[in-house]
Design a protein around this ligand. Structure first.
Ligand SMILES: C[S@@+](CC[C@H](N)C(=O)[O-])C[C@H]1O[C@@H](n2cnc3c(N)ncnc32)[C@H](O)[C@@H]1O
Length: 344
């Protein structure tokens, strides 16, 4: 998955395609229109307000083509000090594209290739992302009901292409406190009652890379917020019978498919974010979980707090369709959720 998405030459997110939006493979809240960025700008400005003019950072990761940064900065409420906007982007090619899109932006934007470029004393401000962690590589585990143990699905090359192959049982990922360590390629221990009934072949897709990214971000946040919006499930929801086939899937031209080996490098691969993993990983790094709710509830709260008296109208003419796409349960409203944790 890592190579299919991020190989510098052939990876889906590197090879030059424009995957997001009507002419691409999938929609995001950003591609729906500028309303998402406008509402995020209002909330982010509120989160940064207590810092006054002490130059807090606003760090976006997974910025893709830079459109969300552009929307947020264009809609930054004038009564708040403009943020020091940084994009955390490991890919030189993506950084180039983002620079192009943001060249005419009225506020300066800085780029960071990785966390090591940040001040060692830690970050004061907000680190946020939209649909970043579902695009991180996963490990795929299957349940062997006879042996009562998990195995891992690997990818083999056979004469006709790629094929799933069983790998030895993953080691248990127990952290120093005895709790499950979600950054390890392993499945948490299941309660006895569940082991007895979990059907053979039940599949879970877990991303140690996403948990490791969250841990890295948590440990660098000295003061402020760590925030992500995405589609995802709690760990218990991943064990629901309706999820027996896992959540890994492919998107191409707005069609979803289970054939993740097809069109390698030319289709998106994604799996639901594991909210339990992120929450526990952040909390074990000392963060407090402040918000976990649906995108619909989160955006409705922002809209309710806008103040027409200071030029922040709730919905403007023409924004109704965007609002419905962002918040309706059948669109992005309920399947997308926000997790926001804060330090200290
Ligand atoms: C689904 S796109 C998100 C698009 C955009 N945020 C939006 O909402 O329209 C996922 C993006 O995350 C980027 N990405 C993946 N791993 C990353 C990492 N470790 N740091 C920063 N960006 C990453 C990918 O290159 C891709 O551009």
């Amino acid at each position: 998955m890592e190579r299919a998405l991020y190989d510098p030459e052939h990876g889906y997110y590197e090879a030059g395609s424009r995957p997001v939006g009507r002419s691409g493979d999938f929609y995001t809240s950003v591609s729906v229109g500028p309303l998402f960025g406008r509402l995020m700008a209002a909330r982010l400005a509120g989160w940064l307000e207590p810092y006054g003019s002490s130059a807090p950072l606003l760090i976006e990761a997974g910025a893709h083509d830079g459109q969300l940064a552009r929307d947020i900065l264009a809609a930054w409420p004038p009564r708040f000090a403009p943020p020091r906007y940084c994009i955390l982007e490991p890919s030189p090619r993506r950084r180039r594209r983002q620079r192009e899109l943001l060249a005419s932006c009225p506020h300066p934007v800085q780029w960071l290739a990785d966390w090591s470029e940040l001040p060692p004393a830690g970050i004061r401000g907000v680190i946020f992302s939209n649909e970043l962690l579902d695009a991180m590589p996963i490990h795929r585990f299957g349940w062997d009901a006879r042996r009562q143990e998990w195995f891992e699905w690997g990818v083999a090359i056979d004469p006709v292409g790629f094929a799933w192959t069983r790998l030895p049982i993953p080691a248990a990922g127990i952290g120093p406190t005895g709790a499950h360590d979600w950054t390890q390629p392993a499945v948490p221990l299941l309660p006895e009652e569940l082991r007895a009934v979990l059907p053979d072949g039940f599949t879970v897709d877990l991303s140690p890379a996403a948990a490791a990214w969250w841990r890295a971000a948590s440990s660098r946040l000295a003061h402020g917020w760590l925030v992500t919006l995405d589609y995802g499930l709690d760990w218990e929801e991943m064990l629901d019978p309706s999820r027996a086939a896992g959540t890994l899937r492919a998107y191409r031209q707005h069609r979803v498919s289970d054939d993740v080996f097809a069109h390698l490098g030319a289709q998106d691969l994604t799996a639901h974010v594991n909210w339990t993993a992120l929450r526990e990983t952040g909390e074990s790094a000392g963060l407090r979980t402040a918000i976990q709710t649906t995108q619909a509830a989160f955006l409705t709260g922002i809209l309710a707090g806008t103040d027409p008296a200071i030029g922040e109208p709730p919905l403007r003419a023409g924004e109704e369709r965007q609002w419905i796409a962002l918040t309706h349960p059948d669109h992005l409203g309920w399947s997308f959720r926000i997790l926001a944790q804060c330090a200290p």
